[in-house]
Design a protein around this ligand. Structure first.
Ligand SMILES: Nc1ncnc2c1ncn2[C@@H]1O[C@H](COP(=O)(O)OP(=O)(O)OP(=O)(O)O)[C@@H](O)[C@H]1O
Length: 561
């Protein structure tokens, strides 16, 4: 039976039929996405988009905007407005469970999860600011709210054979990656335990047991980095399939069993083109656990076709997890329609769709003196202030500037370099994957000490003595950076390509040169700072056209200055 759904103004037609493999009816309805086609604009039905964005104080800002065929500017996506009960349920759980030891995970899995987080957490960034964190062992790892709710919920039915679908939704930088990785590791290890004596034999089979799909190659690297070295500790073999991966490498890994494959939908869909593979459907036949991370991106118009196609290749999935920092009604409806056999169980954090409390907002009106409408002057002023304000002393500062259009990125970067002598890199979709990973390196790694000792710790400010001529009076001064060109500030000018999921490490400053047209993009951009409750600042350059909701969220999210 052919069905059609409209998702993000895209018509998705698909056959809905149950699939049986031999005797056993698979728990997963086959989806043959017949065709995903864009609705011609004139067909776009006028709809009332109620945009509910909760600000920090929990006050939700309801704005009704009638979007007929107005420009996309006014067509704001509907953000899920959760009932007080849903939020309360998650809050009660978070208040009750505060340690990983209180969550149902196999002991070996729990230990691995805590160690991996401790070694990689952005909380290490405060090592650089608060001497008391000199030793990473000082960092006490507790489950974040979304990890409590996710691990608690998924562990309840983790080994049941019926198909279950989950939607994990929590604010940016809240630890969603481990919110699905911990239950996934537990699932794989429990599966092995359930197979007991047979696991020894089965473990030698060529197969892929789980897949994590993300939208970009940077995220393939970032997610894989969490699980890449688990083979020796708990025998979990992971594999990242990204641009540099040869088909032969993928086949070899498959032959030696892949427990966790991290890749993009495009790579999954390319399996059918690999000449070395005679039966492509065999490759994914054993995938039981599938994660769609950054799901609001993978389900939006630019990805939806390849995402649906990739999902339909994994017929035996019985744990399907969508993960996103924002969730809209459309998203939920589409999932429920495509996977009717199991309404996605919502896993949300108590502060979903709110701006992280650790972020301070600064609004700069570019219309007033001395900027007189020049955004670039306002930007230069902000960068000067960041560079000179004494924050992050002894360390290289990093700052990310978001621009709406990639053509503007180059112009802004050139002006900052030529007129203001800043150290600037640009990042857009025109960069190839190698260039992109090179450019973001400075921003996804811990801040570099300005002058390093041999062991990499920051040397204290160079002390310098000045002697007054013909006297024995000398006094201590601190060396200022010698040359005016020496700057402690690394600036990344980019578009939304860097706004989704990238785990910027201890970046304290984000500047919205342009304000995005939707609250979803706004929440993702500002979420590159203030991660895991670290302090962060967001500077928003406004003008008379800036949407009221931007100012409202910023004011609502503003902490006391
Ligand atoms: N329980 C924890 N305690 C301390 N740090 C944690 C914890 N869980 C995750 N982290 C760290 O927090 C940072 C952000 O985690 P992660 O990238 O999973 O956030 P996210 O919610 O996926 O963000 P985004 O929505 O931007 O993708 C990472 O450095 C991660 O190591």
């Amino acid at each position: 039976m052919l069905r059609t759904i409209i998702h993000n103004n895209i018509r998705i037609r698909y056959f809905h039929s149950s699939v049986s493999a031999g005797k056993k009816a698979l728990p997963f309805k086959r989806l043959v996405v017949d065709r995903a086609s864009r609705l011609p604009d004139e067909k776009k039905k006028p709809n009332i988009s109620t945009q509910t964005v909760h600000n920090k104080t929990g006050k939700s800002i309801n704005q009704k905007s009638k979007s007929t065929n107005e420009s996309s500017e006014s067509h704001l996506p509907v953000l899920e407005s959760f009932t007080k009960q849903e939020l309360k349920k998650s809050e009660n759980l978070v208040n009750k469970i505060t340690e990983f030891s209180e969550l149902k995970l196999l002991p070996e899995v729990r230990n691995i999860v805590v160690n991996q987080i401790k070694n990689q957490t952005v909380l290490r960034a405060q090592n650089y600011e608060k001497p008391k964190y000199e030793d990473p062992e000082d960092i006490k790892i507790k489950p974040s709210p979304v990890q409590v709710v996710s691990i608690h919920t998924l562990s309840k039915h983790i080994m049941e054979s019926n198909m279950k679908t989950y939607t994990i939704a929590a604010e940016t930088g809240s630890g969603k990656t481990w919110a699905y990785l911990a239950p996934l590791l537990d699932y794989l290890k429990q599966q092995e335990e359930a197979l007991a004596g047979n696991w020894e034999r089965i473990s030698k089979k060529s197969m892929i047991r789980s897949v994590i799909m993300v939208p970009t190659l940077e995220l393939v690297n970032q997610v894989h980095a969490n699980v890449k070295d688990l083979e020796n500790s708990i025998g979990i073999k992971s594999f990242k399939w990204d641009t540099d991966t040869q088909y032969s490498e993928f086949i070899d890994a498959f032959k030696n069993r892949i427990d966790i494959l991290v890749t993009t939908p495009g790579k999954i869909n390319s399996i059918k083109n690999i000449r070395m593979i005679s039966r492509p459907e065999h490759i994914l036949a054993n995938v039981k656990f599938l994660v769609i991370d950054e799901a609001d991106t993978l389900m939006d118009r630019s990805f939806v076709e390849s995402t649906y196609e990739a999902i339909t290749k994994m017929h035996n999935v019985n744990r399907l997890v969508f993960c996103s920092a924002t969730i809209s009604n459309q998203f939920n409806k589409a999932i429920t329609k495509i996977f009717p056999q199991s309404e996605p169980e919502l896993i949300i954090s108590p502060i979903l769709h709110k701006t992280p409390k650790s972020i301070k907002f600064k609004l700069i009106d570019s219309e007033i003196a001395p900027y007189q409408g020049s955004r670039i002057k306002a930007l230069a002023q902000i960068l000067y202030a960041i560079n000179k304000d004494g924050t992050e002393a002894n360390y290289e500062k990093r700052c990310v500037v978001f621009v709406n259009n990639k053509t503007e990125v180059v112009k802004v970067a050139e002006t900052l370099k030529e007129l203001y002598n800043h150290d600037v890199v640009t990042l857009t979709g025109d960069d190839n994957p190698q260039e992109r990973s090179e450019k973001i390196k400075v921003f996804i790694n811990p801040p570099k000490p300005l002058e390093e000792n041999s062991d990499g710790t920051p040397s204290k400010k160079k002390e310098h003595y000045t002697r007054i001529a013909n006297s024995n009076i000398k006094f201590k001064t601190h060396l200022e950076p010698t040359s005016t060109t020496e700057t402690k500030l690394k600036v990344l000018v980019t578009t939304d390509i860097a706004a989704r999921g990238l785990n910027f490490f201890g970046v304290r400053n984000v500047i919205l040169y342009d304000t995005p047209s939707t609250p979803v993009d706004f929440l993702h951009r500002i979420g590159r700072t203030g991660r895991m409750n670290q302090s962060g600042r967001v500077f928003i350059i406004t003008d008379r056209k800036t949407k009221p909701w931007v100012k409202r969220i910023a004011k609502g999210g503003r902490n006391k200055d």
